[in-house]
Design a binder for this molecule. Sequence first.
Ligand code: PMP
Length: 442
Amino acid sequence: MAKIPSALVQPWPSAGSIGADRRGLLASGEGIYVTDGHGRKLIDGPAGMWCVNVGHRNAELAKVMQEQALELSYNSPWYTTSSPADALADVLADRAPGDLNHVFFTTGGSSAVETALRIMQFANNVRGRPEKKLMVSRQGGYHGSTYLSASLNGRPRDQDWMDSATHLVRKLSSPDPFRRPEGMSIEAFEDGLVAEFAALIEKERAERIGAFVAEPIQASGGVIVPPPGYLKRMRALCAENDILFIADEVVTAFGRLGSVFASRDVFGIEPDMITFAKGVTSGYFPLGGVMVSARLFEELRRSNHPDAMFAHGLTYSSHPVGCAVALKNLELLEGGILDHVNALSGHFQTSLKSLEDLALVGEVRGLGLMACIECVADRVSNNPLTLDLEVGKRIDAHCQDLGLLVRPLINMCVMSPPLTITIEQVDTMVDILRRGISRTMD
Ligand code: PMP
């Protein structure tokens, strides 16, 4: 067996011992499949990291990348622009909800979240309200790996050691219906979540809270689909209190839920900003960005203080190759893949849901082409805590033996395959999961 250099493997639990040894090196990809260093072909269940939306080895994207690199290989975002960046900005403004018709490009999701928060602080400074700076996020949320974006994350392993960056952050409960108190209705659960935010605003005072940052569906937290009225009511509370609603659509945009942006099309809300990354290029090139409302953009421009221009310009943000590939990617998504997702998602969710008859499975939930299988120790208490917390990794290991990569998250397995997956391939995926989970129970 080839030795796998340790530098290739993330030292975190979800890619730990078993997963790392087996996953190690990927040699190539084609459509929904990847081939590992031992020549084994596996279904890419997580589409990389929720990103390879049009699938691997797409010749059209590869061609555009090469052509753009030969045409104009770099452009400084500080001084000039490029045709692909201009064209992409236009298309995104057209597809984004409401008046979100300005975009600040970044190099990925963390830098998009950072940029959105800098915009919040800058705009409040311009309006003479520099103390309006607290950021509200939620348990179970994930927003990035940089210092500030990570301090919004609602996972214990980020909170343990990040105290110095979290004094500006307040966390609300995760809107996780599966984990609501026993016997409580969904309606009462939703009311409680909204009341919790209202109480926080009351306690901290609206004049001190700058933004609420939320994934419409918490992805890495276990594909948490919130109660039906939750996002609209949280959005309304933000508007009433002049708190910016930042929808982190790094996972949910660009097709995962069957639309370009999900905020309006799927959840009926118009945020003040939307952060995006990953699927914008189907993972072929690092690119992200923040869609910003016209109102907010005007506030950024209102500052005429020479030292207080809103300075934004990562060296590689709006990279011409990234923007060119994003334009082609959007063409592919809108040229049939979004329709395919909308047609397939019912079957995808129902067939995964059938796994709930396995004793280890507490719940299967999801929307569009993203889903999570949550394992429990027993289905009376639904308690995950007494369960072997390596269970996700063990399911992943068994599934890999059977030809499927799974994204294990402690006691959960997340599925978000390339959007081009066919109905037959979904059935194969679910069949492997059934066998993999059954082997884990033996
Ligand atoms: N927001 C969300 C919702 C994410 O899922 C991620 C990445 N998994 C990020 C932000 C950070 O994106 P990146 O890794 O591109 O910095």
